[in-house]
Design a protein around this ligand. Sequence first.
Ligand code: NAP
Length: 268
Amino acid sequence: MKFSILSKGDQKSNEIRSKIKNYLTEFKLEYDEDEPELAISVGGDGTLLEAFHTYVHRLDKTAFIGIHTGHLGFYADWMPEELEKLIIEIAKTPFQVVEYPLLEVTIRPKDGGEEDRYLALNECTIKTAEGSVVMDIEIKGDHFETFRGDGLCVSTPSGSTAYNKALGGAILHPSLEAFQIAEMASINNRVFRTIGSPLILPSHHTCMFKPKHDRSFLFTIDHITRTYKDVKSIQCRVAEEKVRFARFRPFPFWKRVHDSFVADDYSE
Ligand code: NAP
């Protein structure tokens, strides 16, 4: 089996990276950064986001696993103390995989030129440096509302514990094929009105955002930021592709939520 390792770059993560590489090579696994079947990230959830975007073009062939060198993570859920156990499990390939849904974002320009398509593991956010974001929101082709405010966050179920949570969005179990739209400081008064609550849409629904003004927009796709001008529409839906995580032991999602946000005394 071919594997690659992406480190956060700090000393602890680099040391763990070298250790895993040496052990797995001794077990006759092949190190291949171009076409790995297993991409191992060492750092935090942010490092796993980077690994995801490194191999986003081959999600059907690359599975992911994350080792956390800081506090417990959502994607990076193996601790350095468990390294030996994990290495033996990886060496025993084949491994089981668990799949999580992704968000597909398509940005279309006004001039009818080529559209850009992105996949997000956590979320896409839309903001602007030029006043408020003002957009018509259509769900399944029907006008739903005109949003006016700081911005919008469209997240995946596994990304619901990230930016979305800070915006008051719900936490979604990653087995749900859905995406969530959360508002960032919408303007609500007698003139402007939005729903105000986060919306959770199923996989057969498409959401379209249509800017009302000629502004440049700041898009984030996970940790990546892009600026776009002259945007006709932004389309969001559950992607056909999925992210695959290598699974070597059960670690229930709700336990991760509990351990990260409540306390580390969860009992099943
Ligand atoms: P960062 O600003 O350096 O770190 C963002 C934090 O979010 C880190 O603590 C990261 O964990 C954590 N995180 C990432 N994915 C998560 C998930 N699915 N569930 C729970 N926590 C998660 O940015 P970054 O490391 O490049 O990561 C980009 C992400 O930051 C974005 O996708 C967005 O979700 C998040 N973000 C959050 C806010 C907010 O909460 N107000 C604002 C902007 C961006 P690690 O420490 O393990 O890496």
